[in-house]
Design a protein around this ligand. Structure first.
Ligand code: ITT
Length: 191
């Protein structure tokens, strides 16, 4: 039986995605599997701090090696916003409103460079280790596509002519920031 890994999410979809990638190393568990129902307060000021808060909370509650993650969209011309505020930029997990706010702030801006980032924190008996993944691209001036979530309809990754929201999940998941961060974690796990 593989070692357990507790992933600091209530999102079963995230758990499945991680299980698929890390399945040969870990049996992946979610907060729900451990009945950890408290809201974890993510009040860090960086992606790293928030990933640490989640992973450390889980490890301290259970003693099981834990993985916390924090992701967001970083826009060069906006000085890095929405950044750690991506999920609540205009309104909590209201993706159309959050996109509208970014597009409004980007009106007339010719530098459309942006990237998605994921920071993972692996917390075990040995303390915290961090892994980061990015995907670079350009922001459109309007929404295109209906797949995915968050800022996908306005983000075109480098080397493509369609948005993340116009890609099939497999296509996006093969090049995403989350995938790149998990690959970095895999490299670390490899003997
Ligand atoms: P949990 O913290 O509950 O896991 P979340 O939605 O807040 O869910 P993330 O930290 O992964 O999770 O992402 C924060 C926000 O960043 C998310 O709500 C989106 O607005 C944006 N984001 C992250 N990854 C994205 C992606 O692949 N495509 C589009 N937007 C993304």
């Amino acid at each position: 039986m593989e070692k357990e890994l507790l992933v600091a999410t209530h999102n079963e979809h995230k758990k499945e995605e991680i299980q698929q990638i890390l399945g040969q190393y870990f049996e992946v568990k979610s907060l729900r599997d451990y009945e950890l129902n408290d809201e974890i307060v993510e009040d860090g000021t960086t992606f790293h701090a928030n990933a640490l808060i989640k992973a450390k909370y889980c490890f301290e509650k259970t003693g099981i090696p834990s993985l916390g993650d924090d992701s967001g969209l970083v826009v060069e011309a906006l000085g890095g916003r929405p950044g750690i505020h991506s999920a609540r930029y205009a309104s909590d997990h209201d993706f159309p409103k959050n996109i509208a706010k970014v597009l409004e702030e980007m009106e007339g801006e010719t530098n459309r460079r942006a990237y998605f980032v994921t920071v993972l924190c692996y917390y075990s008996e040995r303390g915290a280790e961090y892994f980061e993944g990015r995907v670079y691209g350009q922001l459109l001036e309007e929404n295109k596509g209906h797949q995915g979530f968050g800022y996908d309809p306005i983000f075109v990754p480098v080397g493509y002519e369609k948005t993340f929201a116009e890609m099939l999940p497999e296509e996006k998941n093969a090049i995403s920031h989350r995938k790149n961060a998990l690959d970095a974690f895999l490299d670390f796990l490899q003997p």
